[in-house]
Ligand binder design. Structure first.
Ligand code: NAI
Length: 511
């Protein structure tokens, strides 16, 4: 079943994805047949690839001989019959079930019985594509990411009838092509497009209730390590594409409210505010994301009581920062490790790390009207000026309204005020990403390690959902989700049974 680099590869569809797949296969030594129904499309793609490879050689990224050899291995074919000797066919045609089924039925009649059939579909069930084939076991998903030569991830997607040996051979082939393959079960969105939904959805939900501006939401999530904020990322992907993926995952899950698309985004699509390509999305282009205004804060004051509460690295970092802030006055903060919450009190007023509940609820529960909550701090190494969302309890005095951000600034953060929404921005988003990943694992879509690799390599997340979970706790994630559920009610924030089960598992126990 294993394929060698001498085995010919047939790539069908010479568009963005097909051309990239042909390039990667040819650079790995395979003879490649490239086919497209549109006359001239394969030849045009080959000519473009030749320029790309020459360009890489000119920049010194590829030996000129290697570039020449790779392009020499790609042959456009005018009919599929000319490529009958291929050992594997990788399909990257239009995203349409009937078109894909018809193509694979035709390929079955042309190729050897043991040739592998692979589809690059990003949203159609692999099980459905294989239905009707004489040998459905030899079809698997080989889901690349755009741009194919640069993106390391390949989801190897098995349908109900896919032969594990075929999935294994495609996994090995992807690895031989320099990729990082991850096994996935054919379910809506596979791994990446499913687990990533909350990254967009939570921001859209916050925008819908006017909790913050796109600039503030993007700044908060970039401070948490994401390369792009959700708003600028949706603008880059295109709101039409992003909305269509959300809709297809929603529909494929029988309209589960967990995946409900956003009216905010539908309005943008209807209005043609499609993002970067339209010159206007959340932002205007080419200008892009405007800089946030520089905020000026009052000097922090205290009548003499500053206490850092809680245990763990964040509480330790807060203690060090508070000590630095108080050093000029010749004294330092007290430390209270058993408070059951993380944060700071200043003369009885409180700055509390979010546990999911709103500042209003926390203020009432702690009996301290002067309270603000601040967001989860996820930066690997918090640095001065790190953007951090905070929300003030509506019960708070005008004095604490000015002092809460002043103290956050004194502790080294760039405080960004947002509405008193449960779970603020980062905690809410990360909790939902972890929850979605947990459900994917529960349903056998992927392993925790597979989910982590997929999210880091497929969408450049700074860490995988299970890595975030390891630095947080199932109980902490559940608390945020339950606070969200208590506020919004409905299916959206229901907790994955996988998380509930793992609350009781000892740290480091097998998953
Ligand atoms: P594209 O529109 O750039 O290219 C599709 C090509 O297939 C066109 O050149 C078209 O002429 C050709 N084609 C259509 N029907 C055909 C048929 N029956 N036989 C042979 N050729 C045919 O599309 P793109 O973006 O390359 O997508 C291709 C596939 O890859 C789709 O299934 C898509 O969902 C999937 N995909 C796309 C990604 C992306 O970011 N664009 C990412 C991952 C998967």
């Amino acid at each position: 079943m294993n394929l060698s680099s001498h085995d010919p590869v047939l790539v069908i569809g010479a568009g963005i994805m097909g051309a990239g797949i042909a390039q990667v296969a040819a650079q790995s030594g395979h003879p490649v047949f490239l086919f497209d129904v549109r006359e001239g499309a394969a030849a045009q793609a080959r000519a473009t690839l030749a320029r790309t490879l020459d360009g890489l050689a000119a920049k010194g990224k590829l030996a000129p001989e290697a570039a020449q050899a790779a392009i020499g291995r790609i042959a456009e074919v005018a009919s599929l019959a000319e490529a009958a000797s291929a050992r594997i066919a990788v399909e990257a045609i239009v995203e349409n079930l009937e078109a894909k089924r018809a193509l694979f039925r035709e390929l079955e009649g042309l190729m050897a019985d043991d040739a592998i059939l692979a589809t690059n579909t990003s949203s159609i069930s692999v099980t459905a594509i294989a239905n009707g084939l004489k040998r459905p076991g030899r079809l698997v998903g080989m889901h690349f990411f755009n741009p194919v030569p640069l993106m390391k991830l390949v989801e190897v997607v098995s349908g109900l009838q896919s032969d594990p040996a075929v999935a294994g051979a495609v996994f090995d082939l992807a690895r031989a092509w320099g990729k990082v393959p991850v096994h996935a079960k054919s379910t809506p969105g596979f791994i990446v497009n499913r687990i990533a939904r909350p990254y967009y959805a939570e921001t859209l939900a916050l925008l819908q209730e006017q909790a913050a501006t796109p600039e503030v939401l993007d700044a908060c999530l970039k401070a948490a390590g994401f390369r792009m904020g959700p708003c600028e990322l949706m603008d880059l992907i295109g709101h039409d594409t992003n909305f269509a993926v959300t809709q297809s995952v929603y529909e494929a899950n029988f309209f589960d409210k967990r995946y409900v698309p956003s009216g905010v985004q539908r309005e943008m699509v209807s209005g043609g505010l499609l993002g970067r390509k339209a010159g206007r999305g959340f932002y205007r282009y080419p200008e892009g994301v405007p800089a946030l205004p520089v905020a000026v804060h009052d000097a922090p004051t205290t009548a003499g009581e500053v206490t850092v509460h809680g245990e763990g690295p964040l509480a330790d970092a807060l203690e060090a920062a508070a000590a630095q802030a108080l050093a000029p006055q010749g004294w330092g903060p007290a430390r209270e490790r058993a408070s059951g919450w993380t944060g700071l009190t200043v003369d009885g007023a409180a700055l509390a790390l979010t546990d999911g509940r709103t500042a209003a609820e926390r203020a009432a529960a702690l009996g301290r009207p002067d309270l603000a909550v601040f967001d989860l701090v996820l930066a690997p190494a918090p640095h001065r000026g790190l953007a951090l969302a905070f929300a003030l309890a509506p019960q708070a005095s005008a004095g604490w309204a000015a002092q809460a951000p002043a103290w956050l600034a004194a502790l080294g953060f760039a405080p960004l005020p947002v509405a008193d929404a449960p779970g603020l921005v980062v905690a809410r988003t990360i909790a939902m990403l972890v929850n979605e990943a947990a459900d994917a694992v529960l349903q056998g879509v992927c392993t925790p390690e597979g989910a982590d690799a997929a999210m880091k390599l497929g969408v450049n997340y700074p860490a995988g959902p299970f890595e975030w979970l390891a630095g947080w706790s199932p109980g902490g994630v559940i608390a945020v989700l339950e606070a969200l559920d208590a506020t919004y009610r409905g299916e959206r924030y229901r907790v994955s049974p996988w998380l509930r089960r793992h609350v009781w598992a000892p740290a480091g126990a097998p998953r």
